[in-house]
Design a protein around this ligand. Sequence first.
Ligand code: NAD
Ligand code: MG
Length: 392
Amino acid sequence: MESIAILGATGSIGKSSLDVISRYPDRFTVYAVTANSSVKKIAQAAKDSGAKVAVIADKELLGALQEELRAAGSTAEALAGSKAIDEIAANPEVDIVIGAIVGAAGISSTFKAAEAGKKLLLANKESVVCGGRILMDAIKASGAVLMPVDSEHNAIFQCLVGATKKARCEANIILTCSGGPFRQRQDLSDVTVEEATHHPNWSMGKKITVDSATLMNKGLEVIEARWLFDFEPERIQVVVHPQSVIHSMVQYADGVVIAQMGAPDMRNTIAYSLGFPERLDAGVEPLNFSKIKTLTFEEPDLKRFPQLGYAYDALKLGGAASIVLNAANEIGVEAFIQGKIGFTDIARLCHAMMYGFQPPTPTNLEEILETDKEARKLAQSWLEGFCDKLEN
Ligand code: NAD
Ligand code: MG
């Protein structure tokens, strides 16, 4: 039996993970489930999964969580606070950590799981973007096993299985991108929150859905691929593939391309990561090629979607640039969802922050978190100035 902690269990990835795990009661047990503030949902998840511990990030909600657990009929111990989530990630009773928190809030627990040598199923791409080489070194040092859950990176992992070191060093990554809901829309200045929070192919959390609409998501994934697979940015290419059937590809030196395909359902990548090298049935409908009929490809438009270009620039700039870009984007997306700024202002904020703020290069987790905090503060004050100008 392998014991699992699901960090971010009430989210889109968290729920898909619980679904896959529930299909294998003889193989996996759930040790802990965590969430930010939704006590009712986490209590229900604890009850359904039989978790021994339920954690809520918001400390004020400990009492409410205890009450909800009792009401749901769960005997799970209730804990609260971000530190408690970090402790769960490193808990000796946990074999597998599923990192499904959204945003930079997931950085710390990802590091704790990495340092504790866990098998880490990582969906939280922001921690790879911000942690970069420091995170990869921590994984190497502890002997942790990292399985990418992000569908593109899971696909690349599958395309690289069996490749020699030489073949890998000479290969190119081709990241596929759906193009998002605005692939064919020329004017993006009046995009509404409602439009930006609906993805044509995938059902996901709000933040990543907006990121998919600006193509920031693909930018974050370029940075993620750079560190996960140790490929220089020049060997990572993005191609728009609106059907989302091919999840990504690797092109080898002989010109041969290996592509991984599947339905757009994250249970596939979670099941692969849990079962590797075996294949587990995740309850996903197999592809039906006579229904799909056509697969098409286009180049991404960096003029309408500049944030994808900023991600390559962040890798070129190095240092803390990826952390600054990620923080600016998180602040921008939140402000857009709250109706404070327009859709294209997210890119404006990212541009102003990335080229205007170059803090020292962090060397450890504490410095990464400090840089993220500093960048958020600055992004927030840039936004306030920007909103004042908009009003006057
Ligand atoms: P979501 O918004 O649906 O869920 C986020 C989870 O994180 C929730 O359980 C929430 O309670 C928790 N959380 C939020 N803020 C927190 C905080 N401050 N402290 C502790 N917990 C907090 O998000 P999602 O779509 O499931 O995405 C999760 C991560 O996976 C993101 O990094 C995203 O980029 C990545 N990802 C998601 C998908 C997808 O299909 N949804 C695909 C690829 C990668
Ligand atoms: Mg992805």
